[in-house]
Design a protein around this ligand. Structure first.
Ligand code: NAI
Ligand code: MG
Length: 499
């Protein structure tokens, strides 16, 4: 444990960033700071302001002021601004990728570069959609003109997590601004630097106040943002627990809300898929190379009993060949858990699995206490078997590289177990029998089912959760229209005559 004086000395020379309010890079009203840590070294790498309710007030006021003009900008012009941002982001992807890797612990080669590129793609995708903010006309007869307009909602309050911070920020900023809204976003306290870099790039092209980015803690800054009377829409990505808090805040003021929450997604492997491609797919679906800190991680592996042991053997061979190490090292496949709190939580789950006599450790285990990996929050990919779908490790979102393998023999029973969860975000089905695979895909209660692949989201897909995994869709054209516009009907009587 370091003393307060030591901490102060260690952070005195840290690069210090401001947050974005009304086009300016500012400190928080309290003057407090948050230290950002490199989780691979457990060393501070920067400082950001610790925003509170007063800063939320300032940011919402700036956004409200900017809204009056931004909503009137012709959509195609707003789209052009997003396209310029996309190109500027694209030209700085390496700097962005390094920032993401440094503050999140996600490996540069396998994760952070992909995220930086995807972020530019998201702006490009939504920039091109600006002309699609169309309305409809209703055929009510020759004497009536009735049409709808897609109008923006106003100031969007957005709260994002740390696991893919820049991409998740882009997924809210681009559709919201394209549709004519303005935004106050709170970055996650564990990973604000990439988001601030993106905000800096956005700000080169945006009028002041259209995008405001605050750095602060959940209750201290996210709370006042969720409850602010000037916020017209809430968009949240993070835990189901905090999602409920956000929805309650929205209920108080009847504010629309989009929630992208947790998951405990099933992967169902049929007996004919005991092959290398399926093993690679399971590793991808489990998101082992992002330490499984992903809401779509396929963390419950339902293996047919005929292939149970042989499949796990192949999985062990391929997974243990992945290299854990410094996220910035090009040779690294797997980086680190984000922070001590999450690391401790993941270790507790592993420990519980190890202690249970009725659960078998297939491979993995607790992280090493000495050696280079003990310098950071490195968690080892771990698989437990031999228990059913009913223990804590098979029910709770671990958000770490802990996979449970569960046996099945009857297809209907596999589907029943897969659906026996309060989550319903993603799912994966593995078989050469496409008919069986699709029937199972249709029977699974999840917002996104992949058959024979375990890839990440792409712009354009309608992505979001069933059950407690969330409400609303944001990744697509209809996501933008549903989540960031409201429809107004205008009905005109054409038969009024002068008397
Ligand atoms: P979290 O849900 O607490 O944090 C997400 C965001 O919400 C952060 O910006 C945080 O500052 C903010 N927040 C926290 N409490 C708030 C409050 N009372 N009011 C307003 N904003 C608040 O997630 P955390 O603590 O980082 O991780 C805990 C667990 O959440 C993970 O183990 C994982 O299971 C889940 N999670 C799921 C994510 C997903 O993408 N589905 C992303 C991050 C976490
Ligand atoms: Mg950190």
């Amino acid at each position: 444990m370091s003393t307060a004086a030591e901490t102060k000395a260690a952070t005195a020379s840290l690069p210090s960033k401001g947050m974005l309010i009304d086009g300016n890079w500012v400190d928080g009203a309290s003057g407090g700071r948050i230290t950002v840590e490199n989780p691979a070294k457990r060393k501070p790498i920067g400082e950001v302001p610790r925003a509170n309710a007063a800063d939320v007030d300032r940011a919402v006021a700036a956004a409200s002021k900017a809204y009056a003009q931004w909503r009137k900008v012709v959509p195609r012009e707003r789209g052009k601004v997003l396209l310029k941002i996309a190109e500027a982001l694209q030209s700085r992807t390496e700097e962005m990728a390094r920032t993401i890797a440094l503050e999140t612990g996600n490996a540069l080669r396998t994760q952070a570069r992909g995220e930086a590129n995807m972020t530019a793609d998201i702006f490009r995708y939504f920039g091109g959609l600006a002309s699609e903010l169309k309305g409809e006309t209703l055929p009510l007869g020759e004497h009536v003109l009735s049409y709808t307009r897609r109008e923006p909602l106003g100031v969007v309050g957005a709260i994002i997590p740390w696991n893919a911070p820049v991409m998740l920020a882009a997924l809210k900023i681009a559709p919201a601004l394209c549709a004519g809204n303005v935004m106050v976003m709170k970055a996650a306290e564990d990973a604000p630097l990439g988001v601030l870099l993106m905000a800096e790039i956005c700000q080169e092209f945006l009028p002041p106040g259209v995008l405001n980015v605050l750095t602060g803690y959940g209750e201290e800054c996210g709370g006042p943002l969720a409850n602010h009377p000037g916020i017209a829409k809430l968009s949240f990505t993070g835990s189901t627990e905090v999602g409920k808090v956000i929805m309650r805040a929205a209920a108080e003021r009847i504010v629309p809300v989009s929630l992208e929450l947790g998951g405990k997604s099933p992967s169902i492997v049929y007996p004919d898929a005991d092959e290398d491609w399926a093993v690679d797919g399971i590793i991808a679906a489990m998101r082992f190379t992002r330490q499984s800190q992903s809401c779509t991680a396929g963390s419950r592996l339902f293996l047919h009993e005929d292939i149970f042991d042989s499949f796990l053997k192949k999985l062990e061979k391929k997974t243990t060949a992945l290299k854990l190490g410094d996220p910035l090292d090009e040779a690294t496949d797997i980086g680190t858990i984000i922070n001590n709190k999450q690391f401790t939580k993941v270790c507790k789950y592993v420990d519980e699995g190890l202690k249970r006599s009725d659960a078998k450790l297939v491979f993995g285990g607790l992280p090493p206490k000495t050696g280079p990996l003990s310098e950071g929050y490195f968690a080892i990919p771990t698989v437990f078997a031999d228990r059913s779908n009913d223990w804590r490790l098979a029910r709770e979102e671990i958000f770490g590289p802990v996979l449970v393998a569960i046996r099945w023999s009857d297809e209907a029973e596999a589907i029943r177990m897969a659906n026996d969860s309060h989550y319903g975000l993603a799912a994966y089905v593995w078989t050469h029998d496409i008919g069986a695979g699709l029937k199972t895909a249709h029977a699974i209660e999840s917002g996104w089912v992949q058959v024979n692949q375990g890839l990440g989201q792409v712009p354009g897909m309608s992505y979001g959760g069933y059950k407690q995994s969330g409400i609303g869709r944001e990744f697509s054209l209809e996501g933008m229209l549903d989540s960031f516009t409201q429809r107004k009907s205008v009905t005109v009587n054409l038969e009024v005559r002068r008397s």
